[in-house]
Design a protein around this ligand. Sequence first.
Ligand code: MEV
Length: 324
Amino acid sequence: MKNKITVSAPGKLMLFGEHAVIYGKPCIVTAVDQRIRVRVEKIGGSSITVNAPEVKVKDYSLKISDLGKIEYPKEIKFVLKAVENFFKKYQVKSGLNLETKSGFSSLFGFGSSSAVTVSTIKALSEIFDIEVGNKLLFDICYKTVLEVQGVGSGFDLAAAIWGGTIYFVGGGKKILPLKTKELPLVVGYTGIKADTATLVRKVAGLHKNNKKKVDEIFDSIEKLVRAAKIALENTDYPKLGELMDENQKLLYKLSVSTPELDNLIGSARQTGAFGAKLSGAGGGDCMIALADKSKTAKVKKAIEKSGGVVLDVKFNAEGVRIEK
Ligand code: MEV
């Protein structure tokens, strides 16, 4: 049995189906090569100590007996909730040292909370020698995330666990790894940090006040996500681009796009991208454009000229793994 281990998990980018996935519809997500690492060490005593330099947490310590009883610092809530849930589920306990290390800024909406939750639970299962398969890992992580943030479909956890590109149905009802080749995507960051929970609540408000219309939008999104799955498997970029544009129109109707996102999306399209859309909750964060390799440089330049920051990310990244 190991006493210490480092586990890493990738971030994600939503390709199709955001928001509707919260209402039980499918989405398509890809894992990105920006990873979060969690190092866990079993120690004697009855304290749990967390270091998370990226969020400026240094030597935060609590007693095992305080787990579930005190308010955790918001920067490391996911890590501590994950430990609490793991100890409770498997009736184990031990003093621990935990350290997180992020390969990307939590500003970009790449899913740092999901990657850190997955890495923590996976690391604990290894050092306590408890076999936890992918679906069970998903279920424990999903419970943890819902307890911390209240909302979420779990698509980001699936990307962190399985990696690659996934067809995912809200709540994990279906998790289907897709066979995809290279994805010639460009990612542009608006410079605006968005809060997913706020945007999810905004859509919930719209849905409550205008159920029929919003349900129709969700149904249209479902249809296009299914078509996108086929287009992805056939590497049909023109069709994928068309579906991205269609998805963006529907997200616009849900009032989650912003002038900054519209601007970056418009400039990508004008320079010959197959299609472009926001990615994630909206309200800022990132947009994605699908462009032929011969046009990538032009599209990137146009995004930058319009005030965006082009992020260099690779897709279809490997899921959770134990680091040497
Ligand atoms: C956020 O990246 C995507 C949403 O659909 C939220 C979720 O699925 O958890 C808005």
